[in-house]
Design a protein around this ligand. Structure first.
Ligand code: SF4
Ligand code: SF4
Length: 355
């Protein structure tokens, strides 16, 4: 394998033999049982995949344990899906049960396939990122403990359901197109550390970073700093991203917003954006009970009301957002109305309501 210092190596050099041999020739796949599926190729070859959950922030020891399983049963190959589910692929059907036993032995759940919930994708949270308005791994652990039965296949849903978390509006977690999205939000104007402004920040870049033009040069020419027009600030935190002298994190003000109804898939309908349903829930570590109960309620209402194969957004589009708010008991508040500058494209302008 050629080694360069530019970008990752070519993935095709690391494909399992059965995948490389049948590249572009797969005919169909079947769900065999929760966490296990089979791909069948035009050549008649079969590939069996065992998927499991991961804690997402993983230790070197856990990676070594996963590698041991791959060495023993999959010729040294395993992969992470884009939602961080480790997957073991083998052409040998007899390897399925030993792989499952080995995964369970290291404490990971097998599942995340079919009409259920797979791993939550999430960002860095308080463990690493300086801009986080909420934690990532902590909230995700609390949520997935509630959703466990939908992961391991003890309970099923009308269609697959994806949950994502981003700990600030930068949205490293790609929550904008996911069935249920958890987003960290700030609710306070950033403070300004005038003393360190010029050593930490460039003033023109800081001013230009604000999408609403709330940041202006300080009116006193002797003070090399900026001011913020509080009325224009929407607490996005963009200024803090470029200027550490404008901290926005706030112990009481930071919290979580819930978005619903997005999807990336092209199946049946075009990809859909998630929409805001709850603008703010205060952080309540270590288990965020308000957030987990809201999400569990939405999942259960969706499970008992959607048609088979309908994603959350497709179900809501069919019954109407009015009915979604009524069925889930979530109050419709003024923040649910998009009155920002792109509202022309997103606001529903019809006089027809489906109450
Ligand atoms: Fe940092 Fe925001 Fe990304 Fe979270 S979403 S890791 S706070 S930039
Ligand atoms: Fe501007 Fe956002 Fe900073 Fe507020 S938080 S001043 S809107 S960049």
């Amino acid at each position: 394998m050629a080694t360069t210092d530019i970008g990752p190596p070519d993935y095709k050099e690391m494909l399992p033999e059965v995948i490389a041999k049948n590249y572009g020739k797969w005919k169909y796949h079947e769900d065999i049982k929760p966490g296990v599926f089979k791909h069948v190729s035009e050549t008649g070859d079969e590939a069996f995949t065992v998927r499991c959950g991961s804690p997402r922030l993983v230790s070197v020891d856990l990676i070594r344990d996963l590698c041991d399983i791959a060495d023993k049963y999959c010729d040294g190959h395993f992969r992470f899906t884009s939602r961080y589910n480790p997957e073991f692929i083998t052409p040998n059907k007899d390897n399925i049960e030993p792989i499952i036993a080995a995964i369970e032995k290291i404490g990971l759940p097998v599942g995340g396939t079919g009409r259920g919930i797979s791993n939550m994708i999430h960002t860095q949270g308080w463990i690493h990122c300086h801009g986080a308005a909420t934690d990532a791994s902590g909230v995700v652990k609390a949520i997935m403990d509630e959703m466990y039965d939908y992961f391991v296949g003890k309970k099923t849903l009308p269609q697959k359901l994806r949950i994502s978390l981003a700990c600030c509006l930068n949205m490293c977690g790609a929550i904008h197109a996911t069935d249920l999205a958890v987003v960290g939000v700030h609710t306070r104007v950033p403070t300004i550390d005038h003393e360190h402004m010029t050593v930490l920040c460039e003033l023109p870049t800081t001013q230009a970073s604000c999408p609403t033009g709330a940041i202006r040069k300080h009116p006193d020419p002797n003070i090399k700093s900026v001011t913020v027009n509080d009325d224009k600030c929407m607490y996005c935190g963009n200024c803090f991203t470029v200027c550490p002298a404008m901290p926005i994190a706030h112990a009481e003000g930071d919290g979580i917003a819930i978005y619903v109804g997005g999807k990336v898939s092209n199946a049946r309908k075009a990809p859909m954006f998630s929409r805001l349903v709850i603008p703010y829930i205060p952080n309540n570590p270590p288990r965020w009970p308000e957030v987990t109960s809201v999400l569990k309620n939405i999942v259960e209402v969706y499970a008992s009301n959607a048609h088979p194969f309908e994603r959350v957004g497709e179900w809501i589009e069919r019954v109407g957002w009015e009915r979604f708010f009524k069925l889930t008991g979530i109050p419709f508040v003024e923040q649910n109305i998009d009155d920002f500058e792109l509202a022309r494209d997103t606001l529903r302008t019809t006089t027809q309501f489906k109450w």
